[in-house]
Ligand binder design. Structure first.
Ligand code: NCD
Length: 328
């Protein structure tokens, strides 16, 4: 694996399957009475958040703490960034504090890449979402959730599974990372959006595009609904919210047309009543809450593989062995 995780495209199929399998080990730790591993004791993880976040920030924090790392949370609000301090000076400060990993969320696409290639810091850089570019750990936790629900789990990829991503593709870093990772894992991806929310150059992406949702429902194993990102919109991309919901929203009637085994996914935060109805969001077929739980295991796996590497992640105590946790 590379030293940094900036894009889902940084991962080979073997890297991705290794992360998913390591996350399965991490998930088993969550079922133990003591949920903490000593693996990253003495290492420092900095969460550097220039953009608002609920799930992703607390998920990285929980992951680092469960691995016993020291965690420093930095948010741009209330820091010297609001006094105009540059990314470079912020990075140099973190380096001076001995950060082993920097998890960065930034409103500018490319900021994590800049941090990783600038030489300002010596540790690993993990992209926690940059502008409309990428959000690789979200794609990994989505793949983990799909693998658990749709395949035999550990050791598997997503070969032949049909995944449909619906909504504001144009502004979605989740969509970009998912298209890359899902194609690496052998899944077949279809994007569904109004023409105004389909990015220029999509022909070069490894996926198909449909302007209508209804025709693809019956053949989807997973339907991932994306939030309409009003904060990134500087123009009107569709006539009214009602019209958008009518054509591209997932309601109970549409969900009933999906195959029985198929799941509904959403990275959060959800606009209930817009891209998804409350009935669908709260149904057992919707994995939104499960995705959040799985996110901690995925981020533990990523931090462990980038920082810990060669030591076994989970030391098994013989007395605690069960058939399930030790298939060998
Ligand atoms: C996504 C993000 O921030 O890109 N959310 C998340 O990380 N859980 C998607 C979104 O904001 O709609």
């Amino acid at each position: 694996m590379k030293r940094h995780l900036i894009s889902a495209g940084d991962l080979t199929r073997d890297d991705a399957v290794l992360i998913l399998d390591t996350a399965e080990e991490m998930a088993r730790v969550a079922d133990r009475p003591v949920k903490k591993l000593p693996t990253l004791r003495g290492r420092t993880v900095v969460n550097l958040f220039f953009e608002d976040s609920t799930r992703t920030r607390i998920s990285f924090e929980a992951a680092a703490k469960r691995l016993s790392a020291d965690v420093i949370n930095f948010s741009a609000k209330g820091s010297s960034v609001s006094k105009g301090e540059s990314l470079k000076d912020t990075a140099l400060t973190l380096e001076a504090m001995g950060a082993d990993a920097v998890v960065i969320r930034h409103h500018d696409s490319g900021a994590p890449h800049r941090l990783a290639t600038s030489g300002w810091i010596g540790g690993s850089v993990v992209n926690a979402g940059d502008g409309t570019h990428e959000h690789p750990t979200q794609a990994l936790l989505d793949a983990f959730t799909m693998r658990r629900r749709l395949t035999g789990g550990e050791g598997h990829d997503l070969s032949g599974r049909r995944v449909t991503l619906v909504g504001d593709i144009l502004h979605s870093r989740v969509a970009r990372s998912n298209v890359r990772l899902l194609s690496t894992l052998g899944a077949h991806v279809t994007l569904v959006a109004p023409p105004t929310l389909v990015p220029v150059g999509v022909e070069a992406w490894p996926c198909e595009v449909s302007y209508a949702l209804d025709p693809v429902l019956a053949t989807s194993d997973a339907v991932m609904m994306l939030r309409v990102q009003r904060e990134r919109m500087k123009a009107a991309y569709f006539p009214t919210e009602r019209e958008y919901a009518r054509r591209y929203g997932l309601d109970g009637e549409r969900m009933a047309r999906m195959p029985e085994h198929a799941v509904v996914m959403h990275p959060g935060p959800m606009n209930r009543g817009m891209e998804i109805t409350a009935e669908v969001a709260d149904s057992p077929r919707c994995t939104a809450v499960e995705q959040v739980t799985n996110g901690v295991s995925i981020r533990m796996a990523v931090l462990y593989l980038l920082l810990g590497g060669s030591e076994p992640a989970v030391t098994t105590v013989p007395a605690a062995r069960t058939e399930e946790s030790n298939p060998s």
